[in-house]
Each structure stands twice: as structure tokens, then as C-alpha cells.
Design a protein. Structure first.
Length: 173
């Protein structure tokens, strides 16, 4: 799976490196993304998604090509056959992205990375001590935003975090 993501990002970097259009991302720009994950990473056999992955990211343009910001996301699963047993996952981190010129002011395409912490908690019977291993979170992502108006748009991100694919609303300030 990691090889697939690395290949996708490398292909995107190659394709976008040939673009010479004017910048659609600006220094001082602030973007807020609110999204829902369609391919969650924190559930598997024997569990059911209780709350779908939701995420919030904020990006600030430090130049016409580079943004930095923050990320917070949450997801919850239930263990099949146990009504009150489950896991909660919260990722909090910082992210940075490189924005590509693609020839349209309506599109913003970017690739970046995330460094954060994944907080895992278990809820259930006190006599059972399930594995709840919080740990550092690392991720790479490839994304794009499409603007319906100057300040409102949609976004999609492909990467390894709270979900492999995240779609949602983008606000530009």
C-alpha cells in the first residue's frame, strides 16, 4: 500500500513539474478543509465503523508554493458482537504542502506530508485490556481543491491518515 501511494505521488510530481501556468496559490492565503473519509484506515476484520472518519485541516501560504498548517481527525469503531466495546482514534498534527501550477485559478493541486500523534483509546469491559497503542503518526498526501466561488470550494485528498481518501468542503480566506 505504501508503494502505491509513493508511486501516485511521484507520478503527480512528474506530471505537474511540466506546468508553467500562473500560480493559483498565494502567500498569505488561508484554507480550511472539512472532510469525511471514504476509505477509513482504522478498522478491519471483526470491527464495524461507528463514526466515519472526519477531519479538519488548516493551511497557511508562507509563499506562492508552500503552505504549513494543522490537522485534526477522528474516527470510531465498534467490535462486532460486543455492544459497548470499541476504539476511538484521534490524529493531531502539523502538515506542510507544495502547491503546483496547473493553469487554472479554480484548481489548486498539492502534495505534502503530516507529522503528528495518533491517540487511540479503548472502551469496553474493565476486565478486558484491549490493545490501544497511541503512537506517532506520519503521512504523505496528494490533494486538489476546486473553487466554486472565490472563497468556497471542494477538496479531495489521497494519502495515509485517518482515511485513504477524504472528500469535503474548502473555505478560502
Amino acid at each position: 500500500m505504501k508503494k502505491l501511494f509513493a508511486s501516485v505521488i511521484m507520478c503527480a510530481l512528474f506530471i505537474f513539474s511540466f506546468s508553467t501556468a500562473q500560480a493559483q496559490y498565494e502567500q498569505g492565503q488561508l484554507d480550511v478543509n472539512l472532510g469525511v473519509g471514504l476509505l477509513p484506515t482504522f478498522y478491519g476484520s471483526g470491527t464495524t465503523q461507528a463514526i466515519p472518519p472526519v477531519g479538519l485541516s488548516v493551511d497557511y501560504g508562507v509563499s506562492d508554493k508552500i503552505s504549513i498548517g494543522g490537522y485534526a481527525a477522528y474516527a470510531s469503531t465498534k467490535i462486532d458482537g460486543f455492544d459497548d466495546w470499541g476504539y476511538n482514534y484521534t490524529i493531531i498534527g502539523v502538515r506542510g504542502a507544495y502547491h503546483f501550477d496547473v493553469g487554472s485559478e479554480k484548481f489548486d493541486t498539492y502534495a505534502g506530508g503530516l507529522l503528528g500523534y495518533n491517540i487511540v483509546s479503548f472502551s469496553g469491559d474493565d476486565s478486558f485490556t484491549g490493545a490501544a497503542a497511541s503512537a506517532a503518526a506520519f503521512s504523505v498526501f496528494l490533494g486538489g481543491r476546486y473553487r466554486f466561488t472565490d472563497n468556497l470550494g471542494a477538496f479531495a485528498e489521497l494519502g495515509y491518515g485517518i482515511s485513504v481518501l477524504q472528500l469535503g468542503l474548502n473555505l478560502k480566506f
